[in-house]
Each structure stands twice: as structure tokens, then as C-alpha cells.
Design a protein around this ligand. Structure first.
Ligand code: FE
Ligand code: FE
Ligand code: ZN
Length: 278
């Protein structure tokens, strides 16, 4: 069974998110752990979580892909921003323990002029300070478009972070189709080749989730402008091959396309129709 859902708008509770996902025909979803601009997270409501777990079990929602706020930058040139990022990451991972065995995705960061090597070292240091062997969450580095000073524009950069992480079994990758395409990975021309490269450099065993997006821009433009499935430069035929690919088909697919509910429900139905196993 295809696992597909979208990044839901902010909600006051987990049960409401699960119901929202279910209404859209989704069996997985993404959400911001707090305001995407950062700030304080809403307190955990244990009664809500109990209802959420029961509802999710009933409707087969078994995979959450939480998303860190965009302001979390573990490799900013400003020490106070790096520290703020560590505080949010630590707090978010504590909160994730209320939904154990799920994924927490984040943008590795922007080095803001310090250089890629320094950035990679700072990200790895932060993760090594915060990840523990006891945690029940897998933390995912997202493949990035390479806008500005973003780290994670290549599989090599992601691997350079991954190889430094002590708790290796608690870290992995989330593959964003729009970002990878914008970064220069030609998934339209050679999907197998891109995945072979991913496997050689990082390892497909470290790939846990896919952000399924079309792109407004051609391959290699480093823009990061998401488009609705089939209305961008990647195209529906390629995105259909992505969800059907044997190396990917069992992963959760999260839509981050510019849609309202109706559009998301239509994209979810369209992708379900496009896979042989439904
Ligand atoms: Fe993201
Ligand atoms: Fe993404
Ligand atoms: Zn993006």
C-alpha cells in the first residue's frame, strides 16, 4: 500500500491532524513541530496523543514525518542562532518521544559565509551533542536545492555529515524531488542513475522518506520553487516512476506542493491510481 500524504497546515492537536490527513485520503503526513519561523512549541497534550494513537491505528496512519522550523540553522555564522537551533532540536526530539519510532526531518543548514567544511562540521557537532542511542526518532537530513549557502546540495555533502554521526542508526536522509532536481540531479533523464549514485555515496538503506514535488524551474537552477505534480519541469510521468520505483515505493511520500485541501486530495488520488499496488 502506497504511503502518501501532504504537509498539513499548523494544527492545534495531533488528532485533528490525523483526521485531516484521513479526509484527504492520506495515510501519512508531515507537520511543523512548531511555528516554521521558530519560537515556542505548543505544550504536549497527553489526552490528545492517546486519541491520536487510537485514531491513527484505526485508519492505518503509521508514519509521521515531522519537519523542523526553517529558522533552525545549526551552522549559522552567528553563535546565538546555532545555539537557538540546538535548543529547538533538543526540545523537538523530546517531544517526538510522544510519537515514538517516527521521523524528524530538517534542512541541514546554511553556512552563511563560513564555508561548506565549517558548516558540515558544525551540523555534525550539534547532532552528536543531541542525538542519543535511547531516542526513538530517526532524524533525517533533507536533500537541498543549493540556494545561497545551503548545505546538502549534493549527496557528498550529506554523506560528509552522516559519516561523522556517532549514533549512525538514528540518522538518515529525506529525498526532496524538487530540491534534488534543482540541485542538478536529473531524475527525469536518468532516475536509475541518480538512485545508483545515491546508493554508492550514501546508501539507499539510509533513505527513509521522499518529499514528492514538481519544480517550477529547470534542473540545476538552485531555485527551490515547488510546483503542483505534473505542472512543473519534472513532470507527472517522472513523478509516477518515482513512486513506483522498487527502491522507493515502500517509503512515505510527502507532498509539499502549492495546493489547498482539494488539490492535495486530487494529487493523492492521482498517485494512488498510478501505482500498481494502490
Ligand atoms: Fe523541507
Ligand atoms: Fe522538502
Ligand atoms: Zn523546498
Amino acid at each position: 500500500m502506497l504511503r502518501i500524504g501532504n504537509h498539513l497546515p499548523a494544527s492545534k492537536d495531533y488528532l485533528a491532524m490525523a483526521k485531516h490527513a484521513q479526509r484527504l485520503g492520506a495515510n501519512t503526513f508531515a507537520f511543523f513541530t512548531r511555528n516554521p519561523r521558530g519560537g515556542t512549541a505548543k505544550p504536549i497534550d497527553e489526552a490528545d496523543l492517546q486519541k491520536f494513537h487510537a485514531y491513527a491505528a484505526e485508519y492505518g496512519i503509521d508514519r509521521l514525518v515531522a519537519h523542523a522550523p526553517y529558522t533552525m540553522n545549526l551552522c549559522s555564522a552567528k553563535p546565538e542562532i546555532r545555539q537557538f537551533g540546538r535548543t529547538m532540536l533538543r526540545d523537538d526530539l523530546q517531544r517526538m518521544e510522544y510519537t515514538p519510532n517516527q521521523y524528524y526531518n530538517f534542512h541541514p543548514g546554511s553556512h552563511t559565509g563560513q564555508g561548506t567544511e565549517t558548516g558540515i562540521a558544525q551540523i555534525a557537532d550539534a547532532l552528536n551533542e543531541i542525538l542519543t542511542p535511547e531516542q526513538h526518532t530517526i532524524v533525517l537530513l533533507e536533500t537541498m536545492a543549493g540556494k545561497g549557502s545551503e548545505i546538502g546540495r549534493s549527496f557528498e555533502e550529506l554523506e560528509a555529515i552522516l559519516e561523522r554521526i556517532t549514533c549512525a542508526e538514528k540518522i538518515g536522509v529525506c529525498f526532496d524531488t524538487c530540491h534534488a532536481w534543482d540541485a542538478g540531479y536529473d531524475i527525469a533523464g536518468d532516475l536509475d542513475g541518480v538512485l545508483t549514485q545515491f546508493d554508492r555515496i550514501i546508501g539507499l538503506n539510509r533513505l527513509y522518506a521522499v518529499h514528492l514535488n514538481d519544480s517550477m524551474n529547470p534542473c540545476g537552477t538552485h531555485k527551490d520553487r515547488h510546483q503542483k505534480l505534473g505542472q512543473g519541469e519534472i513532470g507527472l510521468e517522472v513523478l509516477t516512476r518515482v513512486v513506483n520505483h522498487p527502491a522507493l515505493r515502500n517509503l512515505p511520500f510527502i507532498l509539499e506542493t502549492p495546493n489547498e485541501d482539494e488539490g492535495y486530495a486530487a494529487e493523492i488520488a492521482m498517485m494512488r491510481a498510478a501505482v500498481s499496488q494502490g
